[in-house]
Ligand binder design. Structure first.
Ligand SMILES: Cc1cc2nc3c(=O)[nH]c(=O)nc-3n(C[C@H](O)[C@H](O)[C@H](O)COP(=O)(O)O)c2cc1C
Length: 171
């Protein structure tokens, strides 16, 4: 069983504890790193070529437009090889109820036939939103299993839970 942990995560200004806060490390990144470390899996960070604005509200505007336009923002390569990969633990923040569009750029560009996708979504209250259904509809070649929702502000204290979930999800 070969596993890839791929994730999108945006450090900097974000929303948490009822206001705008500054995150030195993205919430999703904390969990993705913990899972990759425990599983000994390769880790791939989905980074856009054009960074999102530093300002939280400006980013929500860009993200809303990208969602509305079904955008596929360019991402930085090289992409990881999918040779022999059976499962992807896919980490992302809930952006407007689903995955950030850059996650779809990534999934569009790799071969997903027969691959299990385990969705791990951090959020500030909306849970997984529509992300799992969206992934299932958009990527029928993959087997998208039940996802895990973690409140972003609880990321640091949830690494154990995320590792346990990931092991079960890809088993
Ligand atoms: C553009 C944008 C849109 C967001 N939309 C939602 C949302 O619809 N529901 C929600 O619960 N949280 C939303 N959030 C909060 C993030 O999902 C949450 O802070 C997450 O943990 C951020 O993860 P990251 O630090 O790995 O990027 C949004 C944040 C941003 C920046």
């Amino acid at each position: 069983m070969s596993v890839l942990v791929a994730y999108f995560s945006r450090a900097g200004q974000n929303y948490g504890h009822g206001g705008v806060i500054d995150l030195p490390k993205g919430n999703t990144e904390i969990l993705a790193e913990a899972i990759a470390d425990d599983l000994g899996a390769d880790l791939f960070k989905i980074d856009t070529v054009t960074p999102y604005p530093e300002d939280y509200f400006a980013t929500t505007d860009v993200a809303k437009r990208e969602l509305r336009e079904h955008a596929r923002p360019a991402i930085q390569g090289p992409l990881p090889s999918m040779d022999g990969v059976d499962a992807i633990v896919l980490g992302y923040p809930n952006w407007w109820g689903t995955v950030p569009m850059a996650v779809k750029t990534f999934l569009d560009e790799i071969d997903l036939s027969g691959v299990t996708i385990a969705p791990l979504c951090t959020n500030e209250g909306s849970g997984l939103g529509g992300s799992v259904g969206d992934l299932r509809r958009s990527y029928p070649a993959a087997n998208v299993v039940e996802g895990l929702s973690v409140r972003g502000t609880d990321a640091k204290s949830s690494t154990r839970k995320a590792v346990v979930w990931a092991k079960k999800a890809i088993a």
